[in-house]
Ligand binder design. Structure first.
Ligand code: NAD
Ligand code: TYD
Length: 340
C-alpha cells in the first residue's frame, strides 16, 4: 500500500509517519508538508533514511502541484493531518484557517477523486462539537452530537468534515473521518498547553493559565490516536465518522500541577491570565463506536502518558530548544502581552 500523510512534519502527522513506517515495512509512506512554523523536519529525522519512507515539500492548497504528485505516485490511501491547528492563532488570523483547513481539503478531495484513491481519511477534532457544561459529567460527545463550533479553528475543521461527507454522498469518494480529543506526547509544538508548560517550568518561567484553569480537556496520548487512525483506514466503514478518546478528563489546573509535581517545581510559577475569548468549557469523548466496531483500545492512561511525555521532553531538549529560540519568542511576547 502507498500512503500519503499530509502534514506529516507536524505533531500528530509526524508521530503517525513514525508509527506507520516502523510498523509496516512493506507499505510506502510519503509525507507531504509545507513546513509552516509548525512543521519540523527534525521530527522526521529518525525515519528519513528508511527505504519505505519519502518526504516531499509542498502545499495542499497548490492544486497543480498536488495533481502532479497524485499522478506520479498513485496513492492508495490519503490521510490528511495538514492544518492550521492552534485556536489562539485562529482568533488572531482566521483567514489562513479557511485557506488551509477548508480550501486545502477541497484540493485533496478533488485529487483523491481524480486519481482513484481507495480511501481518503480526514483527521478532524472533537472541537467540531462545541463544548459541554462543567456540571454535567454525564454528557459526552457521540458521533451523533450536532456540530456547534466556537472558534474560527473549529469552524474551519467542521467545514472540512461537511465537505468530506459531501464528496462521499455526491461522488462516492470512499472517505472516513476521525474526531479525536486533545493529544499530547513527543514532538508536540510548545505553543500548546502541555509542552508550553513543560518548557517554561524547566526554565522557571511563569505559567500562563487562562481564566481560573477550570476548563476541562479529554487527553489522549498521540500513540493511541495513531493506532486508531491505522485501524480506521484498514477496517473502518466508508462514509463513517469515528470519535477517538480514552476517558482522561482533567482541568487545565490539574494538568499544570501534575507537570510541576513531576518536574519538582513550585506551584508559585502558576500565573492566572485573561481568558481566551469564546473559551470552550469542557470536551469529553464517547469512544464506544470505535471500541465496539473496530476493537480499538488505548494503551496509555493520563498518568502513564504524561510521565512518558515529560521524560521525552527532558531527554530531547535539543528538539524543542531549537524551536523556542527564534521567532517563537516574538510569538510568545505578542500573544501573551495583553493577557497579564
Ligand atoms: P500541527 O500544527 O502540529 O501540524 C500541522 C502540520 O501541517 C505542520 O507540519 C504544518 O507544516 C502542516 N501544514 C500546515 N499548512 C499546510 C499546507 N497548506 N500544506 C501542507 N502542509 C501544511 O498540528 P497537529 O496538532 O499535529 O494536528 C494535526 C491534525 O490533527 C490537524 O488536522 C488537527 O486539526 C487535528 N487534531 C489535533 C489535535 C491535537 O490535540 N493537536 C486533536 C484532534 C485533532
Ligand atoms: P490548547 O493546547 O491550545 O488546545 P485546545 O485549545 O485546542 O484545547 O489548550 C488546551 C487548554 O489549555 C485550553 O483550555 C486553553 C488552555 N491554555 C492555557 O490555559 N494557557 C495556555 O497558555 C494555553 C496555550 C492553553
Amino acid at each position: 500500500m502507498k500512503i500519503l500523510v499530509t502534514g506529516g512534519a507536524g505533531f500528530i502527522g509526524g508521530n503517525f509517519a513514525h508509527y506507520m513506517t516502523n510498523t509496516y515495512p512493506n507499505d510506502n509512506i510519503v509525507v507531504l508538508d509545507a513546513l509552516t512554523y509548525a512543521g519540523n523536519l527534525e521530527t522526521l529525522e529518525p525515519i528519513m533514511n528508511k527505504p519505505n519512507f519519502k518526504f516531499v515539500k509542498g502545499d495542499i492548497r497548490d492544486r497543480e502541484f498536488i495533481y502532479k504528485l497524485f499522478d506520479e505516485e498513485k496513492f492508495d490511501v490519503v490521510v490528511n493531518f495538514a492544518a492550521e491547528s492552534h485556536v489562539d492563532r485562529s482568533i488572531e488570523n482566521p483567514g489562513i484557517f479557511v485557506e488551509t483547513n477548508v480550501m486545502g481539503v477541497q484540493v485533496l478531495l478533488d485529487a483523491s477523486l481524480k486519481y482513484n484513491v481507495k480511501r481518503y481519511h480526514q483527521v478532524s477534532t472533537d472541537e467540531v462539537y462545541g463544548d459541554l457544561p462543567l456540571d454535567r459529567k454525564d454528557l459526552m460527545f457521540t458521533e451523533k452530537t450536532p456540530l456547534h463550533t466556537s472558534s474560527p479553528y473549529s469552524a474551519s475543521k467542521a467545514s472540512a468534515d461537511l465537505l468530506t461527507l459531501a464528496y462521499y454522498r455526491t461522488y462516492k469518494l470512499p472517505v472516513t473521518i476521525s474526531r479525536c480529543s486533545n493529544n499530547y506526547g513527543p514532538y508536540h509544538f510548545p505553543e500548546k498547553l502541555i509542552p508550553l508548560m513543560i518548557s517554561r517550568a524547566l526554565a522557571n518561567e511563569s505559567l500562563p493559565v487562562y481564566g481560573k484553569g477550570e476548563n476541562v480537556r479529554d487527553w489522549l496520548h498521540v500513540h493511541d490516536h495513531c493506532t486508531a487512525i491505522d485501524l480506521i483506514i484498514r477496517k473502518g466503514k466508508e462514509g463513517e465518522v469515528y470519535n477517538i478518546g480514552g476517558h482522561n478528563e482533567r482541568t487545565n489546573l490539574e494538568v499544570v500541577k501534575t507537570i510541576l509535581k513531576q518536574l519538582g517545581k513550585s506551584e508559585d510559577l502558576i500565573h492566572f491570565v485573561t481568558d481566551r475569548p469564546g473559551h470552550d468549557l469542557r470536551y469529553a469523548i464517547d469512544p464506544t463506536k470505535i471500541e465496539t466496531e473496530l476493537g480499538w483500545k488505548p494503551v496509555y492512561n493520563f498518568d502513564t502518558g504524561i510521565k512518558q511525555t515529560i521524560d521525552w521532553y527532558l531527554n530531547n531538549k535539543s528538539w524543542w530548544e531549537n524551536i523556542i529560540s527564534g521567532e517563537y519568542q516574538e510569538y510568545y511576547a505578542k500573544m501573551y502581552k495583553n493577557r497579564q
